[in-house]
Design a protein around this ligand. Sequence first.
Ligand code: ATP
Ligand code: MG
Length: 420
Amino acid sequence: MINIPKGTKDVLPQESYKWHYIEETVRTVAKDFSVNEIRTPTFEHTELFLRGVGDTTDIVNKEMYTFEDKGGRSITLKPEGTAGVARAFIENSLYGAAQPTKMYYITPVFRYEKPQAGRLREHHQFGIEYYGAESASADVEVILLAKTIFDRLGVGKLKLNINSIGCPECRKKYNTALREYLGTKLDVMCETCRERFDKNPLRILDCKEEKCKAVTDGAPSVIDYLCDDCSAHHEHVCAQLTACGVDFVINPRIVRGLDYYTRTVFEFVSENIGAQGTVCGGGRYNGLVEQVGGKPCPAVGFGMGIERLIMVLESLELNVGKPYTPDVYIAPLCDKAREITPSIALKLRAAGIVTDYDIMDRGFKPQLKYANKINAKYLVIIGDDEIACGKATVKDMESGQQRSADIGALADHIQQLQSK
Ligand code: ATP
Ligand code: MG
């Protein structure tokens, strides 16, 4: 027996409706915000992520699914959605079109992580990418899009954390201050943080280890090191969110895992799904397009974990959609009925009636049992008697009431019943 690879999950037919529900909701919200979808390949040249995500990140250092293809090229399965979009933006000269370029994606994401609740090796993200807009309004619009999705799904309770990590100039000053503060405390921090100290000290603020958290509690706050422009940008973001009535907290610990962020960073966090509570993370990444070979172009966006979102909805017992159930189940009871059943089903389906019928050549009782099990609304019975008089028996499965209806006019009959 060959098992599923560690950290991956099947979405079974009895639960795929949850995915449809989420996907439909996010697509509708994207449409309402006038954003179109972009689809990029599941794999890219490894170089793209080395340059785009950054070689001091956990993703590039430890988590990528990289392999050599038969042509000897180094290929990597998408460890996040943004770098591929940036490549497509440059390669297809989308910067030549009227700006901004607003895009969304729904994609599988592959990371070699330690599997645990809310942490998989293949997960899925809905993401937003706004290119070409430098203003605080773009940051706010992106945050509002995420917030609208949560509101539509009924999850009002997520906490929105916001921070600004400034531009490379502010970061240089801040990193010096941070190193000064952390320098004497290295021996009580975890090994990863000791490595981060030289390469990317900002990431130490993101460490989940209690001992490191205790150390960073008293660390200087990046907001205090912002240059005038970055500080004004941050204030505009906060003011606009406040004007929209969006609750948020400024959290100096939010730094995001990827190297490409500048200025605004944010996370929506749930308290209901355990330690991996971040459902959506994003921010501004003005340096990314240039970093992967394009002309400088400001950008802002987010990634939302669909598996974690489903976990949140389920933990709060919120609506997660419902599976398809047939309006009609046709039970043919003789050979002649079996002969005509498929064409009857096609007519009903053409009229928009969800129709199923027996393909197991079973007798009446097991068919009835099955129709009950799949929650069919109406059972249409066709046996010798029905064929002889050209009328089928239509049974309302809930009330048990039975009627007789012309086989040739079944669609009309069912539609009339449904409109009652
Ligand atoms: P975390 O801090 O949880 O590791 P991250 O900063 O690595 O998250 P991002 O790269 O910003 O996450 O990805 C965006 C979203 O994708 C996350 O907020 C989360 O909802 C989801 N996500 C990230 N990694 C995983 C994973 N391994 N399994 C399931 N969902 C994930
Ligand atoms: Mg991570």
